[in-house]
Design a protein around this ligand. Structure first.
Ligand SMILES: NC(=O)c1ccc[n+]([C@@H]2O[C@H](COP(=O)([O-])OP(=O)(O)OC[C@H]3O[C@@H](n4cnc5c(N)ncnc54)[C@H](OP(=O)(O)O)[C@@H]3O)[C@@H](O)[C@H]2O)c1
Length: 278
């Protein structure tokens, strides 16, 4: 499994596992827990969750999946913007820790920007870091102007990542946010990397490139995100075959011709686009 280096020098796998809507569909909690464990065994040891997902049920699923192997796993969770205050952050973190069955979250993110000033959230995150309850903190769904504002705050430059929507059909961040993060040596965490298995995976361009590699369109979408060495991809898969496919995407190297095929179908941005968000 390829790795990506965080600003604090910790290495994380370039492909992790998302957990949004896990345990909410037809698949039971046991099945998705087994899928997560299989993903861990295949090297996708970074797991992304949030207090929002299933009102905490996703964190409980992650807690059960990582029980007995906490040290192998890099846990990412997120705080709601309405909990992102000086007192709200430690309280939300304590609830998440309990659901996750652990004493620390490796990376704790602000889920999106809300009404609480960023400066207050940063102070609360830093306090948790000093107490060892989180290893690092970051943000999600912040555009380049928000990142500029964040970086100007005292300790704002300690931000470890920005988790944002990124796949071939949604590549507006390449115009400004990705270069901004690269200049600040901050990896980006790409969410919905297979476009939630919708139209994206039926696109003739991905199907054609997949055929060239004996791969699937989903694997090509993930490999495309990883063509930058500072992108971490977090596909969500409850299906065991999908888990295996996603882990194996780490071995696919796209050629210039592949990238040109994808660019022709999904042109890179030529001007500023509003940050896409789900
Ligand atoms: N920060 C944010 O605001 C934010 C927003 C959205 C998502 N996220 C995070 O990012 C993670 C991923 O995003 P997402 O869940 O929205 O979308 P996604 O990972 O792009 O797509 C998930 C869907 O794709 C299917 N899938 C996965 N691997 C596949 C494969 N190899 N072939 C075919 N289908 C495949 C899954 O099916 P099965 O489950 O049946 O395998 C599931 O239906 C989330 O789970 C969450 O952790 C964060």
């Amino acid at each position: 499994m390829r790795t990506v280096r965080l600003p604090d020098a910790r290495e994380v796998p370039a492909i992790g596992q998302g957990t949004w809507k896990m345990g909410e569909g037809q698949r039971g909690a046991r099945e998705v827990e087994a899928a997560l464990r299989q993903g861990i065994d295949l090297g996708m040891t970074l797991i992304d969750t949030a207090e929002m997902y299933g009102d905490g049920r996703s964190e409980e699923i992650v807690g059960r999946a990582i029980a007995g192997q906490r040290d192998r796993v890099f846990v990412v969770s997120k705080v709601y913007p309405h909990n992102a205050s000086r007192t709200g952050v430690p309280a939300a973190c304590a609830r998440s820790l309990k659901r996750l069955g652990t004493d620390h979250i490796d990376l704790y993110l602000l889920h999106w920007r809300g009404g609480v000033p960023l400066a207050e959230t940063v102070i609360a995150f830093e306090a948790l870091r000093e107490q060892g309850k989180i290893g690092a903190w970051g943000v999600s769904n912040l555009d380049a102007d928000d990142m500029e504002e964040l970086a100007a705050l005292a300790q704002g430059s300690a931000c470890a990542t920005d988790q944002v929507l990124y796949h071939p059909g949604s590549r507006g961040i390449e115009f400004d946010l990705l270069p901004w993060c690269a200049r600040h040596r901050m990896p980006v965490m790409a969410y919905s990397p297979v476009g939630q298995a919708g139209r994206l995976l039926r696109s003739p361009a991905l199907v054609e490139v997949a055929a060239r590699h004996g791969a699937t369109p989903a694997q090509i979408a993930i490999a495309w995100g990883l063509r930058s060495s500072s992108v971490i991809s977090i596909p969500k898969a409850g299906d065991a075959a999908h888990v295996r496919e996603n882990a194996a995407a780490s071995d696919i190297a796209l050629t210039e011709a592949d990238l040109a095929t994808i660019d022709a179908a999904f042109p890179p941005p030529r001007r500023k686009q509003a940050l896409g968000m789900l």
